[in-house]
Ligand binder design. Structure first.
Ligand code: HEM
Length: 458
């Protein structure tokens, strides 16, 4: 290790302020092309900021570096600091902004409902919601894929978080959340996240002013639900809000209403757009690639869908699993894991990093290393049947003590929704030109050019 410790990260030379801003804009509008261009020029681990500038911004995608980052001690790296960009939406008490013991406590509380039997108890909800969507279709129906998948995943996460009897407030919350998040659904909308000086309230019709009013509406609905639950406690409830309200900290104190709000919005935000975009990509590849479709349909035929197969059997289907894995490899929804800010000087893959350095663990670049994934731009699920990848080679859900708490839930939902859609309907793509990934806030999703037509209903 000692001889590696003098390695210097490659990166762009000192350039003018404006040229750097142009690259910043390029990253917002064409994130994947920018990452590809930089890695071609500078290698798999590189710095983005000019030499010597503070704070330094560095990208890592080699397995060696990712392992060092995901196994670093909490004293070495801060994630809460790196996620400040999300504070305007998630508040400061949601799990993604917490650190240390408070963060660990929240994770221990939130993990069980998204795993094991608690997760599997949502199977029928997922299938019912998908079934409702299908019932609205007839032969020839055309639909934009991502918004429909978003409608399914938003209803699923709302029911997991609030229980089944949300009623009118649940409906209002569904609409308000959709409107609020859609504001960031394009590269121009995403600029408000990256350039805080744009966050100006110039009235309800200005983009930021509109967002603030939508956020207020969402907050009012969340606080009204929290108030109702305080006034009418029901110990038989098993939803996530009930769980959060029953939790006590080490001093026996419950979460405050503001803490509850921040945690709820975090789960709703993290838990539905991501899954919706992943589902939309999966459907795209299946519709676009006849070989993949034929293989998948043959596998699904081994289940007797009319006899309501056990959800666990569905989730264990090897080719369906490989299709979901490859979907999340080729265009990972989160192109980077959360930024990590160096707290004390440390070494990552032989590079010395100073306190204040911002580390981006690049999921997209890790998934496009040609040595591991030959022909990385091709959709080929078989690669996941032929070999296994380590958590530092394949990481659609990030890693270490920040790894996504909803990963099992998201894959469970993807597989059940895909199985139902493909068993009940045939689809074809409306447009034949390839679908480009576009930025949606901090994530990357298929553009709304992705439309399908129902060509058969069974
Ligand atoms: C395909 C769907 C999803 C993808 C691709 C995804 C991806 C990610 C990624 C990359 C991270 C950051 C991990 C890191 O920095 O190491 C993360 C964190 C997180 N995700 Fe997901 N996610 C998905 C679905 C979900 C769902 C369904 C939930 C449900 C609640 C969820 C809740 C969270 C939470 C709460 C965190 C923060 C964890 C922490 O700070 O300890 N995600 N996710």
């Amino acid at each position: 290790m000692a001889e590696l410790s003098n390695r210097t990260l490659n990166g762009p030379p000192k350039t003018s302020f404006w040229l750097r801003r142009l690259w910043g804009l390029r990253f917002i509008f064409r994130p994947l092309e920018t990452l590809d261009a930089r890695t071609q020029a500078y290698g798999e681990d590189y710095r983005v900021s000019p030499p010597g500038s503070q704070p330094a911004l560095v990208y890592f995608s080699s397995p060696q570096a990712l392992e060092a980052i995901f196994t670093a001690k909490p004293e070495q790296l801060s994630v809460g600091q790196g996620n400040q960009i999300l504070k305007f939406l998630l508040g400061e008490h949601g799990i993604v902004l917490l650190e240390g013991a408070a963060h660990q406590r929240q994770r221990q509380l939130l993990m069980p409902p998204f795993h094991g039997d608690r997760m599997r108890s949502h199977a029928h909800v997922i299938q019912d919601i998908t079934g409702q969507e299908i019932r609205e279709w007839s032969l020839g129906t055309r639909f934009k894929v991502r918004p429909v998948m978003q409608s399914i995943s938003l209803q699923v996460i709302l029911k997991a978080v609030f229980g089944l009897d949300g009623g009118q407030r649940y409906e209002q919350l569904r609409q308000a959340l959709c409107q609020m998040l859609d504001g960031f659904g394009s590269p121009i909308g995403a600029m408000f996240l990256f350039y805080p000086f744009l966050q100006q309230d110039w009235g309800a019709w200005s983009p930021w002013g509109g967002f603030l009013r939508q956020r207020q509406q969402v907050d009012q609905l969340l606080y009204a639900e929290i108030r109702d639950r305080h006034h009418h406690p029901d110990t038989s409830r098993t939803d996530i809000l009930a769980l959060l309200m029953a939790a006590r900290d080490s001093e026996g104190q419950p979460l405050s209403d503001v803490e509850l709000r921040d945690e709820l919005i975090t789960l709703l935000f993290a838990g539905h757009e991501t899954t919706a975009s992943a589902l939309a990509w999966a459907l795209y590849w299946i519709a676009d690639l006849p070989k993949v479709r034929t293989k998948l349909l043959a596998e699904l035929e081994t289940l007797n869908v009319a006899e309501d197969p056990d959800p666990v059997t569905i989730t264990r289907l090897p080719y369906l699993s490989a299709v979901c894995q490859e979907t999340l490899r080729l265009y990972p929804i989160a192109i980077s894991a959360f930024p990590r800010v160096v707290k004390e000087s440390m070494q990552v893959a032989g590079y010395a990093l100073e306190p204040g350095t911002v580390i981006m663990p690049s999921i997209y670049l890790a998934h496009h290393r040609a040595a591991l994934y030959p022909e990385p731009k091709q959709f080929r699920p078989e690669r996941f049947l032929e070999r296994q990848f380590s958590p530092y080679e394949y990481l659609p859900f990030g890693g270490g003590d920040r790894r996504c708490i909803g990963s099992a839930f998201a894959l469970f939902e993807m597989k059940l929704v895909l199985c139902q859609l493909l068993s009940k309907c045939d689809f074809s793509l409306v447009n034949t030109q390839p679908i480009r990934p576009i930025r949606r806030g901090l994530t990357v999703a298929p553009s709304d050019q992705l439309q399908m037509q129902v060509t058969g209903i069974r």
